[in-house]
Ligand binder design. Sequence first.
Ligand code: AMP
Length: 190
Amino acid sequence: MINLILFGPPGSGKGTQAQTIVSKFGLTHISTGDLFRYEIGNKTPLGMKAQAFMDKGELVPDSVTIGMLENKMNQSKNENGYILDGFPRTIAQAEALDEILKKRDTQVTHLIALDVDDNEIVKRLLERGKTSGRPDDRNEEVIRKRIVEYKAKTSPVYDYYVKSGQSKKVDGIGALEDIFNRIYDVLKAD
Ligand code: AMP
């Protein structure tokens, strides 16, 4: 079983790479950002709550996010495992994830961080904003806030999984296929 946290700042290519990994390894892809956008699209109370934070480039509170993730994992059981994209984004979320997986007698097997510098991220997100329909990709101030949130609250999650040996960095710049091959090498290494 592979339980992969695909990690990295906004715009590092997690969603794009997740699609290829899913097709090669038969994993279930869960993106908490996509789940929130689905809730917003359906104007649910959870969506309305999340939107206020997302519009500002801030993280949605753990109390909302963790419950949503656990529900989704319960609805989509997969013996092959999961790719988590955009979760966990805080240490509290990582601790909650460990508990959820422990209840199923499993654990996080890999954390792969896509390494991309800030200037490249801002450039990619503004470009994506022209077609993604995502308001948080169109405004440079919101993009910069997302990067600040990532550095302050999310990057410690990398270190959290270093101690048990799961965290690995992969160069996130270059052709999509080359980046995928780097990820593949990490997944096939153990
Ligand atoms: P993403 O699609 O992963 O870039 O996420 C878009 C936005 O959704 C983020 O900027 C956050 O506001 C919110 N979000 C997504 N995942 C999480 C999470 N795990 N914890 C808190 N907020 C999240």
